[in-house]
Design a protein around this ligand. Structure first.
Ligand SMILES: Cc1ncc(COP(=O)(O)O)c(C=O)c1O
Length: 341
C-alpha cells in the first residue's frame, strides 16, 4: 500500500468512515478572531472553539466519542468502561455520553477517593458513573485492570465496551478528521494550526484531516507531558490502527507536523505562577478562558513561536481550544497558581 492519498479508494474509504458517527456534539464549532492579540503579536490569530462542542461534555473528547460510540453500539454495548486521572476530561465526557444515551458508565480512576469531589469528578458522580479508585502503581497495569473490570461486568450480565485512555485510537481520531472537514467546508485556510497533545488522537486526526481535505497547514502539536519521541511513537501506533482496522495507510506522523515538547514546564497538570499569568492575560484580553493543563501550555507554545519568528508576521494562525474548563474549577489544578484574587 502507498502513502495516504496515493492508494486507490482511500478517499472514498475515509469518507465512508466519517459517516460512522453518532451525533453528540453541537457542530460545527465557531472560529473566532482574536482581535487584540492579533494586533499585539502581528499575526492573524483565530481560535477554533472546540470548548463549545457541548456544555457538560465540552472539549475535544466528545468529537472522538461520536465515532467510538458508533462502534460500541454496533457491538451491542450497554456499559462504557474507561480510565483516566481523577480530573480526566475524557472520563467526564464518557460519563455524560453514557447518561445521554441511556447507557451505564464505569470509570477506573487513578488516585485515592477524595472526601469531596470537585471539577470533573463531581460531574462524573452527578452523572451516575460507577467508579473504582486505583493507586498509581496499580494503574501501571491498565490492561490487566481493564480486563478484570470488563470480566466482572460480564459476570453480572452486562455488555461492557472498553475505551482506551483519551479515546486516542484510529476510531477516535476520526473525530478530528471531521473537525478539519468543518474548516474546509467553511473555506477557512490557515498557515499554522496549534493544538495540545495529551494522548495523540486529536493531533493524529488533525494531520489526517488536513491531508484528506487538502489543507496545506503546518500543524504544531504542543506536548503537555512526555517527549517528542513518545508522541511520534503514539502517532505511529494510531497510524498502524488505521492500516490494520480500516486498510488506510496513514503514514503518521508525516512531514506536515511538528511536535513541540518544550512547553511541558514543571510537569503534567502543573503550572508555574508565570504560566498562569498568561491564562489570566488571555482571559482579560479576549474573554478566552484556557484550561491550565492542556490549552494554556499549547497557547504558550504558540505564543513563543510567534515571538521567536517561527510564525512569520502576517501569517494566519489557528489555535484549537480543546476545552478542559472543569479542571480549572478543581482545587487540585490551576486555582493554586492564581494570585489575582
Ligand atoms: C482539554 C484537552 N485538550 C487537549 C487534550 C489532548 O488531546 P489528545 O489526548 O487527543 O492528545 C486533552 C486530553 O488529553 C484534553 O482533555
Amino acid at each position: 500500500m502507498g502513502r495516504y492519498g496515493e492508494m486507490r479508494g482511500i478517499k472514498t474509504c475515509m469518507d465512508e468512515l466519517l459517516k460512522r458517527r453518532v451525533p453528540l456534539a453541537s457542530l460545527p464549532t465557531p472560529v473566532h478572531y482574536l482581535e487584540r492579540m492579533s494586533k499585539e503579536l502581528g499575526v492573524g490569530l483565530f481560535v477554533k472553539r472546540d470548548d463549545l462542542t457541548e456544555s457538560v461534555a465540552s472539549g475535544n473528547k466528545i468529537r472522538k466519542m461520536e465515532y467510538v460510540l458508533y462502534q460500541a453500539l454496533e457491538k451491542g454495548a450497554d456499559t462504557l468502561v474507561t480510565c483516566g486521572g481523577l480530573q480526566s476530561n475524557h472520563c467526564r465526557a464518557v460519563a455524560w455520553i453514557a447518561a445521554r444515551k441511556g447507557l451505564r458508565c464505569f470509570l477506573i480512576l487513578r488516585g485515592g477517593k477524595p472526601s469531596v469531589p470537585d471539577g470533573n469528578l463531581l460531574l462524573d458522580s452527578l452523572l451516575g458513573a460507577e467508579m473504582e479508585f486505583r493507586t498509581v502503581e496499580q494503574f501501571e497495569d491498565l490492561t490487566g485492570l481493564a480486563s478484570e473490570c470488563c470480566s466482572a461486568l460480564q459476570n453480572k450480565g452486562r455488555k461492557p465496551f472498553f475505551i482506551p485512555m483519551g479515546a486516542s485510537t484510529a476510531t477516535g481520531a476520526l473525530g478530528y478528521v471531521n473537525m478539519v472537514g468543518e474548516l474546509a467546508a467553511a473555506g477557512d485556510r490557515f498557515d499554522h494550526l496549534y493544538c495540545a497533545v495529551g494522548s495523540g488522537g486529536t493531533l493524529a486526526g488533525t494531520i489526517l484531516g488536513c491531508r484528506h481535505f487538502g489543507l496545506d497547514t503546518r500543524i504544531h502539536g504542543v506536548a503537555v507531558c512526555d517527549d517528542r519521541a513518545t508522541f511520534e511513537a503514539e502517532l505511529r501506533r494510531i497510524g498502524d490502527e488505521f492500516s490494520s482496522w480500516f486498510g488506510i495507510e496513514a503514514d503518521l506522523p508525516g512531514p506536515s507536523v511538528r511536535i513541540d515538547d518544550g512547553h511541558v514546564g514543571i510537569g503534567y497538570a502543573m503550572n508555574t505562577g508565570e504560566e498562569f499569568e498568561e491564562l489570566v492575560r488571555v482571559a482579560r484580553s479576549e474573554g478566552l478562558v484556557l484550561d491550565p493543563v492542556y490549552t494554556l501550555k499549547a497557547f504558550l507554545g504558540m505564543r513563543d513561536d510567534i515571538l521567536s519568528g517561527r510564525v512569520k508576521t502576517g501569517e494566519k494562525v489557528l489555535f484549537l481550544h480543546s476545552g478542559g474548563h472543569f479542571g480549572l474549577m478543581s482545587t487540585g489544578f490551576g486555582v493554586h497558581s492564581y494570585t489575582g484574587w
